[in-house]
Design a protein around this ligand. Structure first.
Ligand code: C6P
Length: 412
């Protein structure tokens, strides 16, 4: 990526030292770092515009409302959604999937089916599994291929006229591999049920921050992601849904802000998207998310994705040269991999690798990365994962590779 040095200067935390060594942050899939443009936008909002939204008829209330609604418009344009009314702000991806699972499954009949994949993060697995148990639905799991993507033939074979929902990830948070969502949408939507067709929900937590995502081109029915993985603050996430589907859905949370009228006998709901946002929302979070999106748009999502691909290729090449390293899912389609690479080193536990790397100033994640069914299927309880983002350099990957020798020395 051009001007990487200038871009890195936008991220105050990158000049930090850990144990006296320059920070090498390779844990962006867990949460990204924040540029000063995002930090400043949040602080300016609190210093000059804060009040509650959609309530007070005063200048600050109107300014805060405008900032919140503007954040929805910015998000809608970023996703190429048809309307900002299709954008619901949530706490994170996990909250979005809990909402979706409960809201959809409660309207299904006993024996209806829900499909997820074996590569899901727990936040797109457990809510469906739990709702399936609660509402007596059939919970099916689609296999993944050696390339770390959904097995389309298996998916096809699992679909029946009772399949109400397929919910899958766009990019795996363990392998960095990319599912072809528009092809999956065609397969899923071709499947007819008694009252329409099967719905497709997409976990965009690892894709929206890294690649251009166009919800109309993908033709997914719902898509969820988190602000904190894309340079934005924690506590703000997004659920996109097609307007006609959201209109038919009932709210799960009740209270202020989401109502039309309330009488002693009955309550009506407000318009989209407010009917799904009960209580005072994370206004500063929305402001921060909009600033993060503008920052990414300024770079250009195609450039963000190219940078990711280049780093993935580089990291995989370097790791493949290490004889005692097993990479999980080393094969991929060139130009189509996020820089998320999981591996183990022979005879050294993943947690030990991570804690020795930390002493070298290098942050990676170790464990099952909230994807236990996937780790069960590859036969290891824990892996080490390096994950990069817009500010990551090839030199940092070199530093990480070099530090692996130090890890080995400690355990020899
Ligand atoms: N994955 C990781 O280290 P939340 O926590 O709700 O913001 O995001 C959940 C989530 C959902 N789907 C995918 C594909 C994800 O990667 C994540 C978050 C982090 O891999 C933290 S567990």
């Amino acid at each position: 990526m051009q001007n990487l040095t200038a871009l890195r200067n936008d991220f105050p935390i990158l000049s930090r030292k850990i144990y006296g060594k320059p920070l090498v942050y390779l844990d962006s899939a867990a949460s990204s770092q924040k540029p000063k443009q995002v930090i400043d936008a949040i602080s300016k909002y609190y210093a000059t515009n804060h009040a509650n939204i959609h309530r007070g008829i005063h200048t600050l209330g109107e300014e805060a409302t405008a900032a919140y609604e503007d954040a929805k418009k910015v998000t809608a344009v970023f996703l190429n959604s048809r309307s900002w009314k299709e954008i619901i702000f949530t706490k994170n991806t996990t909250e979005a999937f809990n909402f979706l699972a409960y809201s959809l499954c409660q309207s299904f009949n006993k024996g209806d089916e829900v499909i997820v994949s074996r590569a899901e993060h727990h936040s797109n697995f457990v809510p469906w599994q739990q709702c399936a148990q609660k509402y007596e639905l059939v919970f099916k799991i689609v296999n993944i291929t050696a390339y770390g993507t959904i097995d389309l033939r298996h998916l096809q074979s699992l679909l029946t006229k009772r399949t109400k929902v397929v919910s899958i990830t766009h990019i795996s948070n363990v392998f960095g591999t990319v599912n072809d969502i528009s092809t999956i949408a065609k397969i899923v939507h071709k499947n007819k049920t008694e009252n329409g067709c099967t719905l497709l929900c997409v976990d965009g937590a690892q894709s929206v921050p890294h690649m251009p995502v166009d919800v109309q081109a993908l033709d997914c029915d719902f898509l969820a992601f988190s602000g904190h993985k894309m340079l934005g603050p924690t506590g703000i996430g997004v659920l996109y849904g097609k307007k006609e589907l959201l209109e038919r859905m009932e709210p799960l949370f009740f209270g202020g802000g989401m109502v039309g009228t309330v009488t002693e006998q009955k309550t009506t709901w407000g318009d989209l998207p407010l009917k799904f946002e009960a209580g005072t929302p994370h206004i500063a979070g929305a402001v921060g998310l909009a600033a993060a999106i503008k920052y990414l748009q300024n770079i250009g999502m195609k450039r963000v994705w190219n940078h990711d691909n280049e780093l993935a290729e580089y990291a995989l090449k370097k790791l493949k040269e290490q004889k005692d390293v097993t990479i999980y899912c080393p094969e991929y389609q060139k130009g189509n991999r996020c820089c998320v690479v999981s591996f183990t080193i022979k005879n050294i536990h993943a947690h030990d690798v991570s804690s020795i790397l930390d002493q070298e100033g290098i942050a990676v994640r170790a464990g099952h990365h909230c994807a236990q069914p996937l780790h069960d299927s590859i036969g290891v309880p824990a892996t080490v994962r390096l994950s990069a983002y817009v500010y990551t350099t090839k030199e940092e990957i070199d530093t990480f590779i070099f530090a692996l020798d130090k890890v080995r020395k400690v355990f020899q």
